[in-house]
Write a protein that binds this ligand. Structure first.
Ligand code: ATP
Length: 673
């Protein structure tokens, strides 16, 4: 092995072969790329380096297990780096760590530098095609990519040019025939998994990002489509004369696809088995006693050699009769002592010496107004097409209002109608508003798309919140007016359109409040089931202390003293609706010895202890102010999370003592548990 790695001459011909292949395809006319020769002419490109990178998560006997162990490497402009390894070896974790998107429970240590500087990535500094496709299921391929183009490209580019850029990218990804097909999701069959992958790629390469991460871009694709897609990604390097830095994790590349890559990062159980030129990997394996059989795809051979998941299956046998764990250790050790590794370190030192500039955020260049406008339209179309977002709710609300109208039919103005009116209002203010929780699953899906687009810098948080708010208004109005009219007029609540208007606006405000509350929940608990439970629990508590089930004066002191009673929006909904209903009405009094009639105002004061110091319109204004406050709170939470995450990451770095422990006993904390 030493011969190969001491004599870099032996490596020189191979990139040229690859180069020739690429030039034939006219895809990737990049200059020679060999170990030790960084592309310094790529002045505007991004050099990414990482040294002694560790990632640990809670678990294992010692309380933490290491997913990545001391990884070192670099990615240079104009080059494609392939991260390969068996399933579960840490490929996605490496990409996430490099892209600054490590999971909250993980801790990292080691240096990741951009152009030789420490810089926090994410939120627009790079583009990342994640393993899961977070797309809006109701949009067609054309719409999804075009909306993205409108959000990401500057206002100076005309609409027709944006459309043309979007459609060209779709065609480049081989999706022309699916241009008008809905993406699809649960319940709606749309694109295949491989087609969705390609839509995700389209969206992220529209702006030709300087630093691009792709997590298994070819999963779900056949070998021809994989080659085609990877070729297009490689061809980004030809655009505008700027070299792009592209890092992709990849499973089972065909030999053709494999040759599109310049460097290979081979991982197993979180350790570096090999990092260097693709062309030299074969020799590295051969010199360590694991040569690739002729006629076998080298990438298949590498993965088979370092996959220990099936060691227990004697039938499959081991490479050269050696247990795979041992094979991995041999390769890891051998690599660490190779000249290639020395070259890698020299190269990193060279890169770090350069006075590179900080990587600018690739924030949306569309104006704030354009972002709001496009997001409102996109969200409106999604809400309109997604049956579960509002339409199903409208149907259920109509059915419930019909049931309400039947149960409370012919209310009249008898003494008994006092209690019936109170119960009807209570049902509307609590249960009908509670039902607004029904849009949560659709909202969670929307939040996944937001998370991806936000991290990739497509638009700002404020534009998203405004877009989502404006787009939902017509639907909420519809859900408030139609079922509201059924529940109001059929039983015969307080006559007069002013009273009906107040009833409908209160219902509308309460539903908006529940939606806003669920948005806050979704930003903190981004899990569908947990979110529903948390949201329902909070509302249940608010309903309970809202002043109907227990009269406000009788509520235990802590509930009144502490803010729960005052922040429970049901309090204002109950109060406002009760005032709206009872003020101005009189009822016969059946109690012996009392006056012949009871005024509604008396009932409000003496029976329900409603706060009469202010009018029902004040209650409504408080509700509307709460809507604004809740939306603002949602915005603040997202913005704060963005700022706090990098700070938390700093505090969570793996300390030296832990690293020493892991190194001393690596098998005690295997990345695969
Ligand atoms: N946040 C986390 N908390 C706990 N364990 C984690 C976390 N992230 C990753 N892991 C574990 O680390 C290991 C590596 O995961 P990772 O997703 O990086 O592997 P991978 O090589 O990308 O796998 P695949 O090819 O199957 O996608 C797995 O065992 C996984 O369960």
């Amino acid at each position: 092995m030493a011969a190969l790695f001491q004599n870099s001459e032996s490596l020189q011909g191979k990139p040229a072969e690859i180069q020739t292949a690429l030039e034939v395809e006219n895809l990737n006319p990049m200059p020679e790329t060999k170990t030790g020769g960084s592309n310094r002419f790529m002045g505007d490109g991004v050099f990414l380096t990482w040294e002694d990178l560790w990632v640990t998560v809670p678990g294992g006997k010692s309380g933490s297990r290491s997913i990545l162990q001391g990884l070192t490497g670099y990615a240079r402009p104009g080059e494609l780096l392939a991260i390969m390894g068996p399933s579960g070896c840490g490929k996605s974790t490496l990409l996430d760590t490099l892209a600054g998107r490590l999971a909250p429970n993980a801790r990292q240590a080691g240096d990741i530098l951009i152009n030789g500087r420490k810089q926090a990535l994410a939120y627009g500094t790079s583009a990342y095609v994640t393993q899961d496709d977070a797309l809006i299921a109701t949009l067609t391929v054309r719409e999804a990519v075009y909306y993205s183009a409108q959000l990401q490209l500057p206002d100076t580019i005309s609409k027709s040019e944006k459309k043309e850029r979007a459609e060209m990218t779709i065609r480049e990804m081989g999706l022309e025939d699916a241009m008008n097909t809905q993406i699809g999701g649960w319940g709606v069959k749309g694109l295949s998994g491989g087609q969705k992958r390609r839509v995700s790629i389209c969206i992220e390469i529209l702006t030709h990002p300087k630093l691009l991460f792709l997590d298994e871009p070819t999963s779900g694709l056949d070998s021809a489509a994989s080659y085609y897609v990877m070729s297009r990604i490689a061809s980004l390097n030809r655009k505008d004369g700027i070299g792009r830095t592209i890092i992709a994790s990849i499973h089972q590349p065909s030999s053709e696809v494999f040759q599109l890559f310049h460097n290979l990062y081979l991982l197993s159980v979180g350790k570096t088995v090999y990092f260097g030129p693709v062309s030299a990997a074969n020799e590295f394996f051969a010199l360590n006693g694991f040569p690739c059989p002729s006629l076998q795809n080298p990438s298949d051979h590498f993965l088979k050699t370092i996959n220990k998941d099936f060691d227990k299956d004697i039938e499959l046998g081991f490479a050269n009769g050696i247990p795979t764990e041992e094979v991995i250790n041999i390769l890891v050790k051998s690599y660490k002592s190779s000249d290639v590794y020395q070259e890698v370190q020299k190269e990193i030192a060279q890169i770090c010496k350069q006075d590179g500039g900080a990587l600018e955020r690739n924030e949306s260049h569309a104006s704030f107004f354009t972002q709001c406008h496009v997001l409102t339209r996109r969200s409106f179309i999604n809400m309109y097409r997604d049956l579960g977002y509002y339409w199903l709710r409208l149907v259920i609300y109509i059915a419930l209002s019909g049931a309400l109208a039947t149960v409370f039919s012919h209310l009249g103005t008898s003494y008994g109608s006092i209690q019936a009116r109170g119960s009807l209002i209570m049902f509307v203010a609590s249960f009908l508003t509670f039902m607004a929780i029904g849009g949560f699953p659709s909202f969670v899906e929307e939040m996944k798309v937001f998370e991806r687009e936000r991290l990739n810098g497509h638009y700002g948080v404020t534009a998203f919140v405004l877009g989502n708010t404006f787009s939902g208004l017509p639907f909420l109005a519809l859900v408030a007016i139609i079922p509201g009219a059924i529940a109001y007029f059929l039983p015969g609540l307080h006559k007069g359109y002013e009273h009906f208007l107040f009833f409908v606006i209160t219902l509308f405000a309460c539903m908006m409040l529940v939606e806003s509350l669920m948005m806050i929940v979704a930003s903190l608990v981004p899990n569908f089931l947990m979110g529903i439970i948390v949201g329902a629990g909070i509302q249940g508590m608010m309903i309970l202390v809202g002043g109907f089930f227990r009269l406000p004066a009788d509520l235990p002191k802590p509930i009144l003293k502490y803010p729960l009673y005052h922040i429970a929006f049901h309090k204002y909904a109950f109060q406002g609706l009760f005032k709206n209903e009872f003020e101005g009405l009189t009822f016969p009094n059946i109690q012996a010895g009392g006056p012949p009639t009871i005024a509604g105002e008396e009932l409000l004061k003496q029976t329900w202890y409603v706060e009469m110091a202010y009018s029902k319109w004040v209650d409504l204004i408080i509700l509307l102010a709460m809507v604004v406050f809740y939306r603002f709170l949602f915005l603040t939470i997202i913005k704060t999370t963005e700022k706090v995450k990098p700070v938390i990451a700093k505090f969570k770095s793996v300390n030296r003592k832990e690293r020493v422990q892991i190194m001393a006993n690596p098998s005690a904390t295997p990345p695969n548990g």
